[in-house]
Design a binder for this molecule. Structure first.
Ligand SMILES: *Cc1c(COP(=O)(O)O)cnc(C)c1O
Length: 430
C-alpha cells in the first residue's frame, strides 16, 4: 500500500506494508523461504553492502516476508521503522544494544513480565549493563534513579501480570528532561489499545508471540523506532552518532535520519547478534495482525464481564483489572489505553495456594500454560510455576502471591468462560 489518505486502523492492520507480489500477483504476502537473494551484478552487490542501496542480501539481515511485517507494525505504532527478531526477549536486547555499553545503566519499572525481570536483573550484567528497578508510580524516585550513566528508561504500557497501567506521559517527560529514550514494551496492550509513541515513547518493543500473532503458534519480537529522538544531541549514543568502523566511518544518524535506529538494528544488530525472525514466523504474525482490532475488542469485552463476575463472587478475595471501577488505575485507562485495559488480570482465590492449584486443575476451557495473548483463554498459577523459585515476599512484590492466579482472557463466549470458572471455583473452594 502506498502513502495515501489517512487510513483507519482496521484498514492498516490488513494492508500496511503489503502489496500484490510483483513477480506473481499473489494477493497474500508470499513466504519468501529463501536464505539468499541474487545480485543484479557486482555493482548492485557493492551498493547493498555499502548501505547505499536498500535491498535483500541474506535472510539473517532482511527478508521480504519479514519486511512486510516490519512495515506493518511500524505503521500501526505510528513509528518511522521497525526491526523484527526471534522473540520478545530478543527485541529487548536489540533495543538496548545500540544504547548501552559496559558500565552504563537502564532505569526500569518494577512491574514487568517475569522473564524480563530475570533478563534485566541477572543476564544483562554479563554485558556489563546494569538495570535499576524503580516503582514507576513514584515519579521522584524515577528521576532520582537516572544518572549520567543512564541511557534508557524501560516500562510496559499495560504491565504484566495485568491490572497496572503506566502513566506514559509522566514517564516520557522525565526521560525527555534527561535526554534519554523511553522504551515501552507494548505487548499486553498492542497498538490497537495503546500507542506509546503518541505518549512520548522513543522505542516500542513487542513480543509478537502474544496478541499480534494471536493464536499461540510462533515466537517473535519487534523493535519500533519513533524516528524522533536526536541521537546526535550529545555524545551519549556513539553507536548512532559517531563514525562506524565496519561501514567505512558511516554515521548512522547523519546518514539515515529518522531511520538511523532501524538501519543500525539491521546492519549491526541482526548482522552480528543474529536474532533473526524467520519468514514462516512473519507469515503467521501477518495473519494475526489482520484481525488484531476485532480480537482485542473481544478480549476487552470478555475481560470486563469476567472480572466483574469474579469481583462479585464470594469465593474470590479481589480482582486486579484496570478496567474495573474499583481499580486504582481505572482513570489511567481513558488516558493511556482508551479502547480498554486489555485481557490480562489476576485474582485471588479464597483458600490460598492449595485452592489455586485445585482451580487450575479443575478448569476445562482455560488451559494451564505459561503464555498469554492467545485466542483461547489461559491461566497460570505463578507461585507454583514461573515464580516458584522466589520467596513468598518476592512473589507478592511481583504480583504473583501464593493465593493469586493470572488469566489471559480469550475470545470464546464469555458465558462459557464464566461457567467454567464457576464449576472450577466450586471444586477449589469448599
Ligand atoms: C512474553 C513477553 C515477553 C517476552 O517475549 P518472548 O516472545 O516470550 O521472548 C516480554 N514482555 C512481555 C510483556 C511479554 O508478555
Amino acid at each position: 500500500m502506498t502513502d495515501g489518505p489517512q487510513y483507519g486502523f482496521d484498514t492498516l492492520q490488513i494492508h500496511a506494508g503489503a502489496r500484490p507480489d510483483p513477480a506473481t500477483g499473489a494477493r497474500q504476502t508470499p513466504i519468501y523461504q529463501s536464505t539468499a537473494f541474487v545480485f543484479r551484478d557486482a555493482e548492485h552487490a557493492a551498493a547493498l553492502f555499502n548501505l547505499q542501496e536498500v535491498g535483500y542480501i541474506y535472510s539473517r539481515l532482511t527478508n521480504p516476508t519479514v519486511a512486510v511485517l516490519q512495515e506493518r507494525v511500524a505503521t500501526l505504532e505510528g513509528g518511522a521503522g521497525a526491526v523484527c527478531c526471534s522473540s520478545g526477549h530478543a527485541a529487548q536486547i536489540m533495543a538496548l544494544f545500540p544504547l548501552m555499553a559496559p558500565g552504563l545503566n537502564v532505569v526500569v519499572s518494577t512491574r514487568l513480565y517475569g522473564g524480563t525481570v530475570t533478563q534485566f536483573s541477572q543476564t544483562i550484567k554479563r554485558f556489563g549493563w546494569e538495570a535499576t528497578f524503580v516503582d514507576f508510580d513514584d515519579l521522584d524516585a524515577v528521576k532520582a534513579a537516572i544518572n549520567d550513566k543512564t541511557r534508557a528508561v524501560f516500562c510496559e504500557a499495560i504491565a504484566n501480570p495485568g491490572g497496572y497501567i503506566t502513566d506514559l506521559d509522566a514517564i516520557s517527560a522525565i526521560a525527555d528532561a534527561a535526554e534519554i529514550p523511553l522504551i515501552v514494551d507494548n505487548t499486553s496492550a498492542t497498538p490497537y489499545l495503546c500507542r506509546p509513541i503518541e505518549h512520548g515513547a522513543t522505542l516500542v518493543v513487542h513480543s509478537t508471540t502474544k496478541y499480534l500473532t494471536g493464536n499461540g503458534t510462533v515466537t517473535g519480537g519487534v523493535v519500533v523506532d519513533s524516528g524522533t529522538f536526536d541521537w546526535s544531541a550529545n555524545d551519549k549514543f556513539p553507536s548512532l552518532s559517531a563514525p562506524e568502523p565496519a561501514y567505512h566511518g558511516l554515521k548512522f544518524h547523519e546518514t539515515f535520519g529518522p531511520l538511523a535506529f532501524t538501519f543500525h538494528g539491521i546492519a549491526i544488530g541482526l548482522r552480528d547478534l543474529g536474532m533473526t525472525m524467520n519468514p514462516q514466523a512473519a507469515h503467521y504474525t501477518l495473519m494475526g495482525t489482520e484481525t488484531l482490532s476485532l480480537r482485542m475488542d473481544r478480549h476487552v469485552e470478555n475481560a470486563i464481564k469476567i472480572a466483574e463476575w469474579l469481583e462479585n463472587d464470594d469465593r474470590v478475595d479481589y480482582v486486579t483489572y484496570a478496567g474495573l471501577k474499583s481499580s486504582p488505575y481505572y482513570d489511567r485507562v481513558a488516558k493511556i489505553c482508551p479502547r480498554g485495559a486489555g485481557g490480562l488480570f489476576t485474582f485471588a482465590v479464597k483458600g490460598g495456594y492449595d485452592a489455586c492449584v485445585k482451580l487450575v486443575n479443575a478448569l476445562e476451557i482455560f488451559s494451564h500454560v505459561a503464555n498469554l495473548g492467545d485466542a483461547r483463554s489461559l491461566i497460570i498459577h505463578s507461585a507454583s510455576t514461573t515464580h516458584r523459585q522466589l520467596t513468598a515476599e518476592q512473589q507478592r512484590a511481583a504480583g504473583a502471591a501464593p493465593e493469586v492466579v493470572r488469566v489471559s482472557i480469550g475470545i470464546e463466549d464469555a458465558e462459557d468462560l464464566i461457567a467454567d470458572l464457576d464449576q472450577a471455583l466450586s471444586k477449589a473452594v469448599s
